[in-house]
Design a protein around this ligand. Structure first.
Ligand code: AMP
Ligand code: GLY
Length: 424
């Protein structure tokens, strides 16, 4: 098979690396890719959100399957073109169409969906500029903390949590009236605050059947001890010790099954990944968010634990044949540590040379924000490299990733030293 993978981050490097091992792969193309994906396949120029660019690549390279790494092409409706354009009708596409992608692209849509299918989630109300006064009243008549969520995509910055009533009122006013997130905050969801511990679960579905991938825990804040601003993710581990069999059984029964059933009942075709962000409150799972893609850096710990062939799994999903598939996972622990540029998640410099003093066999270096200049890797993003290791214990996996992380240098390199420390 010829495969076109869309995206350019650490997630795509992890996916490309696994896809490149598939016995049924002929050529792997990555659009636009990064210097890491270039080691696994052929990077090709183009904008993954442009149907024109993607269609040209598909026809030119005789692509059999397109996989969207990020959500933006899906929210833009790329998959729908594959369903309706006769020239593309025989090409498999991994990722939902525009309506399915609203599970991630619209918080209000996702909350309505969960309410309708009785999927446990924080209680909520949705407000617009017209109902701004009711939103203010709502905050005045409830006790905090208040969780305010811009309805649309806001690059991971659209959720504001505050325990100060005045700040909550100012924020909701900025969002609804000041349009502080542009179109994304034309609607705002105010949610009940859930007090618990987060875990991410990953499902691959063909719209009727589904398989569960290993769960992961992401470390989102920039500072050690989960302090400071949110980032795209500073590290991840898998498996997650508190995601016990009994807990995962509840996740399957109360969340995954009704989600897939809901999609079917709504006539929303869905071939692709669903990443469910959960809060474990006491012993019960509640959905915080749906994403219609894999996570980053969660992919860098989930995919290395997959023993089975990823491309075969994706092909089964595309052929609506997941029912007959039982993926096998390695009984090992994975730990990923993200190396980031000085200043991230704020402003940061780019174009700094990266030196890899030593490469250790038990770690993988996944490129996230790197560029190639004069035959040398340079920084060109906030999150630069995810170092991921597999080992028999979490401690061994962490030790290996930290050893590899130390041997990679660039000016201003920062990483959290406490990934997984809360779970040891
Ligand atoms: P989201 O973009 O929906 O994933 O939200 C970003 C982060 O805000 C999540 O990873 C949680 O840490 C936190 N969060 C979101 N919703 C809630 C909630 N209802 N209660 C507590 N924390 C939340
Ligand atoms: N690491 C969180 C995400 O990919 O959304």
């Amino acid at each position: 098979m010829n495969v076109l993978l869309l995206g350019s981050g650490g997630r795509e490097h992890a996916l490309a690396s696994k896809l490149s091992e598939s016995p049924i792969l002929n050529h792997l193309y990555i659009c636009p890719g990064n210097p890491g994906t270039a080691l696994c396949g052929i990077n090709v120029d183009g904008n993954p959100e442009s149907i024109h660019d993607v269609k040209n690549l598909v026809l030119h390279h005789q692509i059999d399957m397109v996989i969207s790494g990020p959500e933006a092409p899906l929210v833009a409706g790329l998959a729908d073109h594959f369903a309706t354009d006769t020239e593309l009708a025989n090409i498999s596409f991994i990722g939902p169409g525009k309506i399915g992608a609203m599970l991630e692209g619209s918080k209000d849509f996702a909350k309505e969906f969960m309410k309708k299918y009785k999927i446990p989630t924080a209680s909520y109300e949705t407000f617009t500029a017209e109902t701004h006064l009711s939103a203010v009243n709502h905050i005045q008549n409830t006790s905090g903390p208040w969780v305010l969520k811009a309805d649309g995509l806001a690059s991971g910055k659209g959720v504001i949590i505050t325990s100060h009533r005045e700040e909550a009122i100012k924020t909701i006013t900025d969002m609804l009236i000041g349009k502080s997130f542009g179109e994304a905050s034309e609607k705002v969801v105010i949610e009940e605050f859930l007090d618990g511990i987060e875990v991410s679960v990953f499902v691959l579905t063909d719209g009727a059947s589904w398989v569960l991938l290993p769960e992961a825990k992401d470390y989102k804040r920039i500072g050690e001890g989960d302090t400071g601003p949110n980032t795209g993710g500073m590290g991840a581990i898998s498996p997650v010790p508190f995601a016990t069999e009994a807990f995962m059984q509840k996740v399957k029964e109360r969340i995954i099954e009704p989600t897939i059933l809901g999609l079917k009942k709504e006539n929303i075709p869905y071939i692709g990944f669903i990443f469910i962000g959960l809060m474990k409150v006491k012993d019960d799972p509640f959905v915080i968010e749906y994403n219609v893609r894999m996570g980053d850096p969660e992919t860098e710990v989930v995919i290395p634990r997959l023993q089975s062939d990823l491309l075969e799994l994706l092909q089964a999903a595309a052929n609506k044949n997941l029912e007959n598939i039982k993926p096998v996972f390695k009984p090992l622990h994975a730990a990923a540590v993200m190396l980031v540029s000085a200043g991230y998640p704020g402003n940061y410099p780019k174009g700094l040379p990266i030196h890899i003093k030593e490469k250790f066999a038990d770690s993988t270096i996944f490129h996230a924000g790197t560029c190639m200049k004069e035959s040398q890797f340079h920084t060109c993003g906030g999150r630069v490299i995810a170092v991921s290791s597999l080992a028999p214990t979490l401690q061994n996996a962490l030790d290996a990733s930290y050893r590899q992380a130390e041997s990679i240098t660039f000016e201003g390199k920062y990483y959290r030293k406490d990934i997984g420390a809360d779970l040891k």
